[in-house]
Design a protein around this ligand. Structure first.
Ligand SMILES: Nc1ncnc2c1ncn2[C@@H]1O[C@H](COP(=O)(O)OP(=O)(O)OP(=O)(O)O)[C@@H](O)[C@H]1O
Length: 614
C-alpha cells in the first residue's frame, strides 16, 4: 500500500467516525433555526423543504428502490390532508391528532394502486400514477358534501400563540423527515430492501429466485405513501385551507421527481439534498421574479435543470460523488478485467450433495401444449428427467426448448399439459413458488441484478417466504458465508464484492450458476450455458457440471454445442417443431434417423459421449 492510499483510507475512517456527529450536529442546527431566527420566511421555506423531502423520500422507495416511477405521488399529500381535514372537522379535534390516520388512508390508497397495477410496468405505470392523481382530485371535487368540493375545506384555527405559528408545523415536519430517513435506511438494510432492488433491476428474474414480488411491491407502495400522508395532513393544517389545486398538485409531483433525480435516486440522502436545492430555488424565483412571470420562469428553470441533470449528472449528485470517491480510494487493480484462467476449483460444498436415487424421475412435463396465437411452440411434448442425471435438451432453433424451460419454471402457463416435480403436480404454482420447491434456472443471456455485487446477487435468493423474514438484515452472516462458498466453488473467490454490472459475460454466467445453487435446487435448468464463452470457461463449466452431477444433482442443459453437451449428458431428449422426436442415451439418440434428419445432419458423428467412444 502506498502513502497516498494510506492517507485516503485513514481519512475515510475518520470521516466514517465523524459521520454520526455530523448528522447529530445537523439535526441540532436545523432544530434550533426557529430559536435562532424569528424570520417566518426562512421557517416557511424550511417547512416546504421538509414537505418536499418527505415526499421525495417516499417517492424514492417506490421509484428509486422498487423501480416504479410515479408522476402522481403528491396525491398522497392530498389524501392525507383531506382525511385529516374531514376527521378533524367531524370529531372537532386538532388535525395533528388525526394526522396518522391521513397516513393510514394514503397507505390504503397506495395498496389499491399496487393491487390494480400488479401487471403494469414501465411507462404504463407512469401514466396510471398520473391518472390516480387526476382521479383522486376529481373524486374530491365531486364528493363536495365531505370535502367542500371546489370551494375547498377550511381547517380548524390554531389554538396556540400566533407568534409561534410555524413552530408545530416546522418541528412535526422535521420529525417526519427524520422518520422517513430512518425508515428508508431500515428498508435499504433489510431483506425487504434487497428484494426491492432485485425487483427494480429485473422483476421477472426476482420472481424466479424466490422474491414474492406482489407482496414486496404492495408493502413498498404503502411504505412510500404512509409518511407522505401524515405530512399531507400537517401541510393542510399549515395552509389552514384545503383546495384541490394545492393538495393534488401535479407541479409538486413533478418537482419531487426532479428533486430526487438531482440528489440521487435510490440513495438515502438524495431526496433530502434534492429538496434542499429545489425548494429554495423555487422560492427564490418567487421572490426575485415576482409578478405573473414567476410561474413561467420557474417552469423554464426546472425544465432546464432537468435537462442539465439528465445530461451531466444522470445518476444524481450523491451517486456521482460516491463513484468519484470510490475511484479515488479503490485499489490500483479491480479483478473484473482479469482473464479467467484455468484453476483448480474447490470440491463441491457439502451442502450441495444430494443422495442419488436413479430410479425416480425428478421432473415430468406431460403432454405440454404451448400456443402463442397461431403458433404452436410445444405440441404435446412429454419429457421425463431422471433423478441425478445430466439431461441434454437439444433441437433446432425455434423447436421449443426455451419455451419448455419457461413452462417448467412457471414463466409460461401452458395451453395444456402439466408439470410434476418429485411426483407432485406444480402446474398451479407460480414461478416463485416453483423456485421455493427447487426449480432453479439460468438464462441464455445471464440475468443478474446489476446494481448488486456478486455476493448480494447470490444472497438475494430466497428459498422460503415469511413476513417476519423481510425485516431481517439484507445479508446475514450465514448467508454471506454460503454465498461466498458458492462463488468460490464456481471460481469467483476474488469477485465476491464486485458489482455485477462490472463483470464480464462469462463471469456473469458463473455468478448466475452460483445464484441457482443458493436455491438448493431439486433440478437445475441451464439454458445454453456454453453460448459465447471461451474454451477456458467452457472447461471450467464442464468441470462444475460434472462435479455437481457427481454430488447427486439433477441437471438439464439446453445447448447447441453438441461436443460440449453430449460429452456431459447421460440422457438426451430431442425436440423438433415442438414435439419430442427422440429420447434416450446419447449414442442411441445421435444415431436415430429422425434426429439426424431433423437436427444433427447425416454426417454427424458422436465422439466420446461420457468419455466413451460411441
Ligand atoms: N413469448 C412468446 N411469444 C410468441 N412466440 C414465442 C414466445 N416465446 C417463444 N415463442 C416462439 O416459440 C417458438 C419456440 O421458441 P423457443 O425460444 O422455445 O425455441 P428454442 O428451441 O429455444 O430456440 P433457440 O435454440 O433458437 O433458442 C419460436 O417460434 C418462438 O418465436
Amino acid at each position: 500500500m502506498n502513502q497516498h492510499t494510506d492517507t485516503t483510507s485513514s481519512f475515510a475512517v475518520r470521516l466514517a467516525r465523524s459521520r454520526t456527529w455530523l448528522i447529530a450536529a445537523g439535526i441540532v442546527f436545523v432544530g434550533s433555526i426557529p430559536l435562532l431566527t424569528p424570520s417566518s420566511y426562512i421557517q416557511n421555506v424550511l417547512i416546504l423543504t421538509f414537505l418536499m423531502a418527505v415526499l421525495g423520500l417516499g417517492w424514492n422507495i417506490m421509484a428509486g428502490y422498487t423501480g416504479y416511477v410515479s408522476l402522481g405521488h403528491s396525491a398522497f399529500i392530498g389524501v392525507g390532508g383531506y382525511t385529516a381535514g374531514i376527521l378533524a372537522e367531524r370529531w372537532d379535534v386538532s388535525p395533528f391528532l388525526v394526522a396518522p390516520l391521513g397516513g393510514v388512508a394514503a397507505a390504503l390508497v397506495a395498496l389499491g394502486l399496487g393491487l390494480t397495477t400488479s401487471r403494469t410496468r414501465g411507462p404504463a405505470f407512469v401514466i396510471v400514477s398520473f391518472a390516480m392523481l387526476e382521479l383522486l382530485g376529481l373524486l374530491t371535487r365531486n364528493f363536495s358534501s365531505l370535502t367542500g368540493g371546489s370551494k375547498g375545506l377550511a381547517m380548524p384555527l390554531p389554538r396556540w400563540d400566533l407568534t409561534f405559528y410555524n413552530w408545530p408545523f416546522y418541528y412535526s415536519l422535521f420529525a417526519l423527515v427524520l422518520l422517513s430517513l430512518l425508515m428508508t435506511r431500515a428498508i435499504r438494510r433489510s431483506k425487504f430492501g434487497l428484494g426491492l432492488v432485485a425487483i427494480r433491476d429485473d422483476e421477472d428474474k426476482a420472481a424466479g429466485i424466490g422474491v414474492v414480488t406482489p407482496v414486496y411491491k404492495s408493502l413498498a407502495f404503502m411504505a412510500s405513501a404512509v409518511l407522505v400522508g401524515v405530512a399531507g395532513a400537517i401541510y393542510g393544517y399549515y395552509l389552514s385551507y384545503l383546495s384541490i389545486s394545492t393538495m393534488f398538485d401535479i407541479v409538486l409531483s413533478m418537482q419531487v421527481v426532479l428533486a430526487v433525480l438531482i440528489g440521487g435516486r435510490g440513495t438515502i440522502w438524495g431526496p433530502v439534498l434534492g429538496a434542499c436545492i429545489i425548494v429554495p430555488l423555487s422560492e427564490a424565483t418567487n421572490t426575485t421574479m415576482g409578478g405573473s412571470h414567476a410561474g413561467a420562469f420557474r417552469l423554464i428553470m426546472f425544465g432546464g435543470l432537468l435537462l442539465l441533470v439528465t445530461l451531466a449528472l444522470p445518476r444524481g449528485i450523491i451517486p456521482t460523488v460516491e463513484a468519484w470517491w470510490r475511484r479515488r480510494t479503490a485499489g490500483p487493480v479491480s479483478p473484473t478485467g482479469a482473464r479467467l484462467v484455468e484453476t483448480t476449483l474447490p470440491d463441491v460444498p457439502g451442502s450441495l450433495r444430494r443422495p442419488a436415487d436413479a430410479a425416480a424421475a425428478v421432473l415430468d412435463a406431460e403432454e405440454i401444449v404451448m400456443r402463442f396465437g397461431g403458433l404452436l411452440a410445444l405440441d404435446k411434448a412429454t419429457v421425463s428427467i431422471p433423478r441425478g442425471s445430466i439431461t441434454a435438451l437439444i433441437g433446432p432453433n425455434g423447436s421449443g426448448k426455451t419455451t419448455l424451460f419457461n413452462v417448467i419454471d412457471g414463466t409460461y402457463t401452458p395451453t395444456a399439459g402439466r408439470v410434476l416435480l418429485e411426483g407432485a403436480d406444480v402446474s398451479g404454482l407460480n414461478r416463485t413458488r416453483r423456485a421455493f420447491k427447487g426449480i432453479g434456472r439460468t438464462y441464455q443471456l445471464p440475468r443478474l441484478f446489476n446494481s448488486m455485487t456478486a455476493l448480494e446477487n447470490v444472497a438475494a435468493v430466497n428459498s422460503s417466504f415469511s413476513i417476519r423474514r423481510l425485516a431481517k438484515s439484507a445479508v446475514s452472516g450465514a448467508e454471506a458465508a454460503r454465498a461466498t462458498e458458492l462463488l468460490e466453488f464456481v471460481g469467483l473467490a476474488e469477485y465476491v464484492h464486485e458489482k455485477a454490472t462490472d463483470m464480464s459475460y462469462g463471469q456473469r454466467k458463473l455468478v448466475e450458476l452460483a445464484q441457482v445453487l443458493m436455491l438448493d435446487p431439486a433440478i437445475i435448468l441451464l439454458d445454453e450455458p456454453a453460448a459465447g464463452i471461451n474454451r477456458t470457461l467452457l472447461k471450467r463449466l464442464s468441470g462444475l457440471i460434472t462435479a455437481l452431477h457427481g454430488s447427486g444433482r439433477t441437471i438439464v442443459i439446453v445447448e447447441h454445442d453438441m461436443e460440449f453437451v453430449l460429452s456431459l449428458a447421460d440422457h438426451v431428449t430431442v425436440l423438433a417443431r415442438g414435439q419430442v422426436v427422440a429420447t434416450g442415451d446419447p449414442a442411441h439418440v445421435s444415431s436415430d434417423p429422425r434426429v439426424l434428419e431433423a437436427y444433427l445432419g447425416d454426417d454427424f458423428v458422436l465422439e466420446g459421449a461420457n468419455g466413451r467412444p460411441a
